[in-house]
Write a protein that binds this ligand. Structure first.
Ligand SMILES: Cc1cc2nc3c(=O)[nH]c(=O)nc-3n(C[C@H](O)[C@H](O)[C@H](O)COP(=O)(O)OP(=O)(O)OC[C@H]3O[C@@H](n4cnc5c(N)ncnc54)[C@H](O)[C@@H]3O)c2cc1C
Ligand code: SF4
Length: 439
């Protein structure tokens, strides 16, 4: 694997960096609101007017410091956060003018910061130690926050590279692999030890972790793409692997001429973008419900339509058509929508005698991720398949905490929510192991 990243050509960052002048002009547009709604809308509560004011006064290290005080993964969040739904969606200038480009200003501050770890103040060593399992946004955030408080932290990561989905799963036009790895390196520079190739349940044992460390934080994310159980499924390309290949291995990958993407969530949109940008002539996304039930963000749907991707709604794949052992199309049936289910979405039903084929030489499956199977294997209580935690983010095992996608039984999973879980869990772990109550 090419660990230097280098995403495939055509997948460079969608938004270019702001120039110094553009950033200054944009920062001066901010009203520096009192009790700013943008800060309330940020799950990690970054003091947005404060960091923007520092950009306006050409104090970029000070700006980055303000961001890092609330969110150690400020460089990633600046790129991947759905700002339209969060801070920028809440900006008071959004109603009559254009909202402030908060995400791009945050990226400007973070990208101009040479040694971000130097900006983070650390407490003296407490002699306490914590094991963090998984190095995605939740794990790195928790590890960094605990290190700030003087605890010794080791992150155990099963893969070769740190960063979780920021490294392997988020399309390079939003976050290049170099950004994710630099951020993991910044957490290491704070004093966190990251051990890769270490997998809980394979070469790591939870009981041993509990006896070696004062607390354990589980941030293992979700599992693989679930099976669809249709004939010919082995000929389908896995959507997460498709994105991973486009980010790593120097971008070398096989792209079909006619590509069908099964699914219509954010992962499916990323797969469709990759196919289109890397040379596919036709890309069709098929979804068993209608446009109204799509889980992707509206701005993502608009983006993918502009890329020239077509949608085939109310369509359920029932088999993969093959020729000489390779995928040649998807056999589908038409669907109709019935009453709403527990999630408030209308349930799709197949319509009799409506089978048809969409011809394709590459079929990609992007239908979400499995629940964290590790939970049951470790004997943890679960809620709808996700690890169950109390208000302190502690599981049913004393001293074992959890956060990020693996606990997200409600609401959409996102990087910033995982970062905030890591922060909250670090505070709870600190209260437990240092015996202190935070102000
Ligand atoms: C394709 C895709 C695109 C996305 N795009 C966006 C986006 O644009 N914006 C956004 O906000 N969110 C996005 N998300 C969601 C976001 O990536 C996640 O919410 C976030 O990464 C969750 O962080 P986490 O730390 O909980 O889990 P992860 O990032 O999944 O990290 C979990 C880590 O734990 C490791 N691990 C797992 N099991 C073990 C084990 N047994 N032992 C040791 N290590 C283990 C994994 O290898 C991984 O490194 C996207 C998700 C996907 C799938
Ligand atoms: S709401 Fe908009 S104008 Fe007000 S502080 Fe936030 S970014 Fe600035």
């Amino acid at each position: 694997m090419d660990t230097n990243g280098s995403a495939a050509k055509g997948l460079s960052e969608h938004y270019p960096p702001l120039s110094a002048n553009e950033a200054l002009v944009e920062a001066h547009r901010c009203l520096y609101c009192y009790d700013a709604p943008c800060t309330h809308a940020c799950p990690t509560h970054i003091d947005i007017p404060r960091f923007i004011k520092k950009i306006a006064t050409a104090n970029l290290p000070g700006s980055a410091k303000t961001i890092l005080e609330a969110n150690l993964l400020g460089a990633t969040c600046a790129r991947v956060c759905p700002v339209e739904e969060l801070c920028e969606g809440a900006c008071v200038l959004g109603a009559d003018h254009k909202p402030i480009m908060i995400g791009r200003l945050q990226r400007h501050a973070m990208d101009h910061c040479q040694h971000p770890s130097d900006l983070v103040r650390k407490e003296p060593s407490t002699g306490r130690s914590v094991a963090v399992i998984g190095s995605g946004p939740a794990g790195l955030s928790c590890a960094g926050e605990l290190t700030r408080r003087g605890h010794s932290v080791t992150v155990f990561e099963k893969r070769e590279l740190a960063g979780g989905l920021s490294t392997y799963g988020i399309i390079a036009i939003r976050e290049p692999v170099e950004t994710a790895l630099a951020e993991a390196a910044m957490i290491e520079a704070l004093g966190v030890h990251i051990e890769t190739g270490a997998e809980l349940g394979r070469n790591l044992d939870l009981r041993e972790m509990q006896s070696r460390f004062d607390a354990v934080f589980l941030s293992v994310g979700l599992g693989a793409t679930p099976a669809m159980g249709i004939p010919g499924e082995e000929l389908i390309v896995d959507g997460l692997a498709y994105i991973e290949q486009s980010k790593l291995n120097g971008g070398a990958m096989n792209i079909g001429r006619r590509v069908v993407i099964i699914g219509a969530g954010n992962t499916a949109i990323d797969c469709a973008t990759i196919a289109k940008r890397l040379g596919a002539e036709h890309v069709t996304m098929i979804y068993r419900r209608s446009a109204e039930e799509m889980t992707a963000y509206p701005h993502e749907v608009e983006f993918i339509r502009k890329e020239g991707v077509e949608f085939c709604f109310l369509t359920q794949p029932v088999r993969i058509v093959s020729e000489n052992g390779v995928a040649a199309g998807v056999g589908c049936v038409r669907m109709t929508l019935g009453a709403t289910d527990g999630s408030g979405r209308r349930v799709p039903y197949p319509v009799d005698r409506t089978e048809f084929t969409i011809f394709a030489d590459q079929v990609v499956k992007a239908v979400g991720q499995e629940k964290p199977t590790l939970a049951v294997r470790l004997g943890l209580a679960v809620d709808k398949g996700y690890i169950q935690v109390n208000s302190e983010l502690e599981t049913n095992l004393l001293g074992v905490f959890a956060g990020g996608d693996c606990i997200r039984a409600k609401n959409a999973a996102s990087t910033v929510m995982a970062v905030q879980d890591g922060k909250l869990a670090a505070a709870a772990i600190h209260r437990r192991i240092a015996g202190k109550v935070e102000a």
